[in-house]
Write a protein that binds this ligand. Structure first.
Ligand code: BG6
Length: 476
């Protein structure tokens, strides 16, 4: 279904995120017929560039990041015609009148701030002063949304001076991933899971976001952030919220976000012995070299045990882990159910607990292990078999060719649907929980434990679960 016609301005329109994600994503939506032919995209950045050069830049980006099958088409020419460019000085006066003159009446106006947070205030103020944004305009802001609670509050206050909360779309691209939304469909669209989704039946939950890449060319940013700020405060917290929240009364932005906020507010402070920080390091490859800071105490890995102090989850721990340069790239949520209270079978028949795995990437899908009798005449031997629902297999390759998180979220902005975006109070509550943990490390000059690149993280992370007689689901 096509969205309404729009004018989308991308500040940072020549940047890496625009090149890799935003522009290719918009093209895929155009290719699919969701972006209407009347829509326009205006790249805005500091450098002087004419329209033809910007269009050539976008054509290259689309050709590089969109599958060839979709680029071999005159649709790409039509898409390119939807593009314009304006040079603006975010801290000065240049370019803003021109941008104001380019915006059309009667279409949805959206402004994507694909720039560092230090420019959010300057751009918001100019959009207002030059009357570029009307009361219905939407702004989209990228993470990191602040560095701690204080800076996040200041950013919220700056944006609130010029825009209402209903106009602000804070992106956490994990919320745009297909399986994340499926998590809500599974929980609240079936009768099978929700009655068991609590401390009485769930032994524990694991949330893993493991990456094989290192810090790449972002060493400077990353070394000031670390895994806690870069991944836990946002992506892992969001996954935790969607897994743990109460059923919202409807699938509407505030109903969903109210429930997520309650989860964050119910998180108990984490004790130092329930958290492990790591840094990848070997003879050949080291985090310290990658970030060009030989004294860095920043973590590239975190594992932690988290408790939610409410009726539903009292006594069921959530184990979170995330890291760079790990063995496997995988993002998944594992719900480990309790063992049956009494076994009618003889000991060591192989009976074990059910496990529901919700895989965000790769091979998006779900599987549920169930215990059955091993076929054959060998007596009552039990085995676990997976009820595998890999979407590509279950729905066919085409249906599983799901939109990238960014393109889905941008379309939601145009539709005016904030459900999959973070509200200001949610972001602040997440920082209020992570700040004391990070401040504690800084005060103690806590040293991250070394781990071998390409491994499962420091040994201490394994011990964190062993102490509780549990094990991480294996990385392959
Ligand atoms: C970003 C982090 O938000 O998410 C990166 O800043 C990380 O450090 C990335 O690599 C992971 O996203 P995805 O979609 O590749 O899992």
């Amino acid at each position: 279904i096509p969205v309404d016609p729009f004018d989308l301005v991308i500040f940072g329109g020549t940047g890496d995120l625009a090149r890799r994600k935003i522009l290719p994503g918009l093209y895929r939506r155009f290719w699919d017929g969701q972006m209407p032919p009347e829509a326009r995209i205006i790249g805005a950045a500091r450098s002087e560039m004419d329209e033809a050069s910007y269009r050539a830049f976008v054509r290259d980006a689309v050709t590089e990041f969109v599958s060839k099958r979709k680029c071999d088409s005159e649709l790409l020419d039509q898409f390119i015609e939807r593009l314009s460019y304006v040079a603006v000085d975010a801290r000065g006066e240049d370019g803003w009148e021109q941008l104001a003159g380019m915006m059309r009446d009667g279409v949805v106006k959206a402004y994507y701030f694909s720039v560092g947070p230090s420019l959010f205030g300057d751009i918001a103020e100019r959009l207002h002063r030059f009357k570029i944004a009307d009361d219905d305009a939407r702004i989209v802001v990228e993470k990191p949304f602040g560095h701690n609670l204080e800076t996040a509050r200041a950013l919220n206050a700056t944006l609130a001076r010029h825009f209402d909360e209903t106009q602000i779309y804070r992106i956490d691209h994990y919320l745009g991933k297909e399986t994340v939304q499926n998590l809500m469909a599974v929980r609240f669209g079936n009768m099978l899971f929700e009655p068991l989704w609590n401390a009485q039946y769930v032994d524990h939950i694991q949330i893993t976001v493991a990456e094989t890449v290192g810090v790449g060319g972002r060493g400077d940013y990353y070394d000031r952030s670390g895994a806690m700020r870069d991944m836990v405060q946002n992506h892992l917290m969001q996954l935790l919220c969607l897994t743990a929240m109460e059923p919202p009364s409807k699938f509407d932005p505030d109903a969903v976000r109210d429930e997520k906020l309650k989860v964050i507010r119910a998180l108990e402070p984490v004790e130092p012995h329930d958290i492990v920080r790591g840094q990848y390091r070997s003879k050949d490859e080291s985090y310290l070299v990658d970030v060009e800071n030989k004294d860095s105490l920043t973590e590239s890995f975190v594992a932690m045990k988290v408790h939610i102090a409410n009726w539903r989850w009292n006594g069921t721990p959530f184990y979170l882990r995330t890291g760079k340069r790990m063995k496997e790239r995988v993002s998944e949520i594992v719900v480990r159910f309790k063992e049956p209270p009494h076994s009618i079978f003889e000991e060591d028949t192989g009976q074990s607990a059910n496990e529901l795995t919700i895989r965000l990437q790769p091979n998006e899908g779900m599987d549920l292990t169930v215990t059955i009798k091993e076929p054959g005449p060998g007596g009552m031997r039990l085995i676990d078999v997976p009820l595998d629902m890999t979407f590509a297999e279950a729905l066919g390759e085409e249906a599983a060719d799901v939109p990238d998180a960014y393109e889905r979220l941008i379309m939601d902005v145009i539709r005016g649907n904030q459900t999959l975006f973070m509200r200001g109070d949610e972001v602040e509550a997440a920082w209020a929980w992570t700040d004391p943990i990070i401040n504690g490390w800084e005060a103690r000059e806590d040293k991250p434990k070394p781990y071998e690149p390409g491994s499962t993280g420091p040994e201490e992370a394994l011990i964190l679960l062993h102490k509780d007689e549990r094990r991480w689901r294996e990385l392959r």
